[in-house]
Ligand binder design. Sequence first.
Ligand code: FES
Ligand SMILES: [Fe+2]
Length: 438
Amino acid sequence: MTTNGGADLTRLIEPDRVHRSVYTDDAIFAREMEAIFQRAWVYVGHESQVKQPGDYCTALLGQQPLIMVRHSDGAVYVLYNRCAHRGALLCAKSRGNTGGAFGCSYHSWQYRTDGTLESIPLPAGYEGTRFSPGAADYNLKRAARVESYRGFVFASLSPSGPALAEFLGEARIALDNMCDRAPAGEVEIVPTCFRFIQHSNWKIFMENQLDALHPYVTHESTGRAAAELERQMMARKQKPPLEYHYLSAFTTPFNEWDKLQTVNYPYGHCMLQGYMGLRPRDPDTLAYEAVMREHYGAERTERILGVNIHHVLIYPGLSVQPALQQLRAARPLAPNRTLTEIWHFRLKGAPEAIYRRALAYYNLINSPSTMVNADDLENFWRCHQGLAADGGDWVSFHRNAGQDDEHDGVIASRRGTSEAPMRNQFRAWKQYLSSSEH
Ligand code: FES
Ligand SMILES: [Fe+2]
C-alpha cells in the first residue's frame, strides 16, 4: 500500500485494525509531529523545575526544541530554543540558571528571560540596515499558548484549539489526584529524571501503558521471583516489604486483569483502574493518613485516597500515575526512536516515608534498568522490528471490539483487557490528522 504521506487515512485506520505504516513511515511521522505534537497541549514540565528567576529547563514538543524559564516578574515563559541571529540553540543543557539573560554561545546576542532581545555586540554594525531591534523577529519566539494546571505546564504550538482545561477534560483527575494526595495540595518535582531512548515508535509505548493483557506474560518471571520471596519471608514469619508487592502483583492471572476497567475519553485520553490496592495499614501509611485528615478532614481524605487509578494517559505523550506520584513523557524523535522521560514528585507536607515508597516504585518498575521495564522495552523493540518487515500489513485491535459501552464520546470497557484504549487513541489520531489535511 502506498501511503502518500499518510493522506489516505481512511485506508490506514479502521475501527479495529491499523496499517503498519503508521508506525514506520517517515512521511506519516512528519505529519504526526505537525498535526498532533505541535498542535495538542503537550506537557513541558513542572513549575517547581523553575523556582527562581533565570531557572530554565528544556523540552522537545514534536520536533521543536523549547525552553521553559522563570522570568524576573515570576511568570513562566515557554520559548523556542533558537537564537534569532543565525539560529543556534541557546540552551544545550537540559536545565540550569541563566541569570538575567540567555547569552548565545556563537556571537553573544543576549535575550531577557521573557524572550525579548536585550543586547547585541557592536550595534552600530546594523545602522542603515533593515534590522530593527525591538521587532518580534529578533526576540525568541514564544510558544503560541502556554497554560499551567496545578503546577503542570503544558504548551500548544498552535494559536487555536481547545483551552487546556477543556482538552484535559476528565483526564485532569490524574493531576488533581496526585496533588490532592499532598497534604499541602501540591507536588514538587524531583529535579532529575531517567531519560532513555526506546528503539520503537512512540505509539507502541502509549498503547502499552493501559495494556492489561501483557503484565502476566511480559512480567511473569519478575512477578514469580518476587512472589516466591514473599512466600519464603512469610514462612519465616517475616512481613515482606511493600515494594515486593509492586513486583509480585504481576503474577495476577489473566482473568483478574480482565475484571479491571478502562475508561476512554475524547482527545485520546484513557484511564486504567488500579490493581495493586496501594493502601496498606502499616505505621507509615497511618501516620500519613493522619496528616491528610488534619488538612482535609476525614471525609475528603477518604475521597482522595479512595481514588484507585493505575495509569492515566494524557494523549499524545503523557502517562501519569497519581497514586505513585510519577509520570512518563514520551517525546518522539523518529518513527523508530522515542525519548522517554520518567519524572517523580514529592507530596508537599507528606512524611518522607511516603516519598521513599514512591521512589521504590520508580526505581523498581519505571527505571530503564529494572527487570520490568527491560521486558517492556524488549517487546517494544520486537514490535517495531516486526512492523518494519513485510510479514503482514495490519495490527490487530479486535479484542472486545464493539463490546464496550459508549456514552457521549466516553468509552467504558466491559473488560480490562479490551483493546478499547488503543482504539480510542487511534480515534484521536485520525481526528488530529484528518483535521490538519488541506
Ligand atoms: S547565532 Fe546566536 S548570536 Fe549569532
Ligand atoms: Fe509492562
